[in-house]
Ligand binder design. Structure first.
Ligand SMILES: *Cc1c(COP(=O)(O)O)cnc(C)c1O
Length: 464
């Protein structure tokens, strides 16, 4: 009794869909609707199997529903109301609009990616960012790859394959996903030599571990955790001194790679890339999309000799940065030529340094929007809370913020959270202590209005 594909396609409602969507998509939805019914019938879980469930009206409606989900892209924009600025699950850094325009231009036109315009000959893709990276940081040479995990892998493989790398036990970090320093080291072909203890490592520990097989002294910035209490870590300059004594290169994995002094903005000091370079480190690696606020990339800076060895490694080709990233990275770095501009125009830095006064203003404005339509259904207040940097940076930093706390009056909190998450665009909020929290720090322009509409829709439809 199931209708044929052709008969469903002849329904007016489905014909309208054909005007709006490509034929393959409509066809797929029709087939899926029939298949769903077929499975339902065969599994006999249709107690209510009725003429109506097999009607053409039913199928027309079902086809529209399926199309609205099939038509949606899998990777989509969401609204980050969590207050976590560098949220790895939500895409880390946002790009500035000017940066984006440059990316679009480079993506939709031919470019001089590997062409030297001055000489009319083949050029290097790295040349587009090397000078500016050196200028901003004081490094002698630079290289960029796909991401920082790749940068660490490549640097270790280039400098220490088949040899020993000395690292403090207190710095054997797991970043998340599957990036663990000991595992990356093994994959790179280098041998890990752990020294010191979890809480304390001294210079003498490194010194004692150095043998003829040692190729590198490595320092890893414990970017996403902190050991507090009875602790000591060897300073980068001491490690550099030891490296000089034994003619060994020293590398630091900075993780986040901050280019500005965060304590000028009332935040905890994060070691800057410039500092690492000025202390004489041979290689430093960091991410493009953490505190730098650019696209996903791994940046490798340092001494000419060390960076040259990394550039010449055939593995470099496998970790090659693509032209879109390169375009976005170059224009993000340009913004750093003036610190004030960087802080104002790089979304990550703007959110991070947004004054509490401004946050308060935005919170009040969102509060007024939400109060308008939802009285009786929700209990809404403005509260003090803390935003987080996220992305494995400044793990102990609480950044005072204002959140909108929403408690549904009659309905379930999980339902409210789910309703917002399934909205288009999805709104990702935090749940804490029986309330749904919306942190205004991470909201972008136009998003308060979308949240207002979502709450209104949930109020009207009683979806929660
Ligand atoms: C984040 C981080 C990495 C990995 O960087 P990705 O760009 O995410 O690959 C490596 N090391 C440290 C210390 C980090 O904080």
């Amino acid at each position: 009794m199931l209708p044929s594909v052709d008969r469903i396609l002849q329904q007016d409602q489905v014909k309208d869909l054909l005007d709006e969507y490509p034929r393959w998509l409509v066809l797929r939805a029709v087939k899926q609707a029939i298949e769903e019914e077929r499975i339902g019938i065969l599994s006999c879980d249709h107690d209510t199997l009725s003429e109506e469930g097999l009607s053409l009206e039913y199928f027309s409606k079902r086809v529209s529903e399926i199309i609205s989900t099939l038509g949606q892209l899998s990777l989509r924009r969401v609204i980050n109301a969590t207050g976590v600025i560098l949220h790895t699950n939500l895409g880390r850094s946002l790009l500035n609009l000017e940066v984006l325009q440059n990316l679009v231009t480079v993506a939709s036109n031919f470019s001089n990616l590997e062409y030297n315009l001055k000489e009319g000959k083949r050029g290097s893709r790295y040349s587009h960012v090397e000078n500016i990276l050196c200028e901003l940081t004081g490094a002698e040479a630079a290289l960029v790859v796909n991401n920082n995990a790749g940068a660490v892998l490549l640097a270790l493989n280039s400098i220490a394959r088949g040899m020993d790398v000395v690292v403090s036990r207190g710095q054997l970090v797991e970043i998340g996903g599957s990036f663990r320093i000991p595992d990356v080291m093994r994959s790179s072909g280098a041998r890990l030599v752990e020294v010191g203890t979890t809480n304390k490592t001294h210079l003498i520990d490194y010194r004692r571990a150095i043998t003829d097989d040692t190729a590198l002294l490595l320092k890893v910035h414990t970017s996403n955790f902190q050991i507090v209490g009875f602790t000591s870590e060897v300073k980068l300059e001491e490690l550099v001194g030891l490296g000089k004594e034994f003619s060994l290169p020293v590398m630091e994995d900075l993780g986040s790679g901050c280019l500005i002094d965060l304590d000028r903005y009332g935040l905890t000091r994060e070691p800057t890339v410039q500092e690492a370079i000025s202390k004489g480190v041979d290689v430093v690696t960091f991410s493009g999309d953490k505190l730098l606020g650019g696209p996903q990339a791994g940046i490798i800076l340092g001494r000419e000799e060390a960076v040259r060895r990394i550039k010449e490694n055939p593995l470099n080709r496998a970790l090659r940065i693509d032209k879109l990233t390169l375009a976005a990275l170059e224009s993000t770095l340009r913004l750093y030529m003036e610190e004030e501009r960087a802080v104002q125009e790089i979304p990550t830095l703007r959110m991070l340094t947004m004054p509490l006064q401004e946050i308060e203003k935005r919170a009040r404005s969102l509060y007024r929007r939400l109060r308008k339509d939802s009285s009786g259904n929700f209990h809404i207040v403005i509260k003090d809370d803390n935003s987080r940097v996220g992305g494995g940076a400044l793990p102990l930093q609480d950044i005072p913020t204002k959140v909108i706390s929403i408690k549904p009056v009659r309905l379930s909190l999980d339902g409210l959270e789910e309703g917002l998450r399934n909205y288009n665009p999805p709104i990702i909020a935090r749940i804490d202590d029986g309330q749904l929290l919306l942190d205004v720090r991470t909201l972008q322009e136009g998003e308060p209005k979308i949240i207002e509409e979502a709450i209104k829709m949930l109020t009207v439809n009683r979806i929660y």
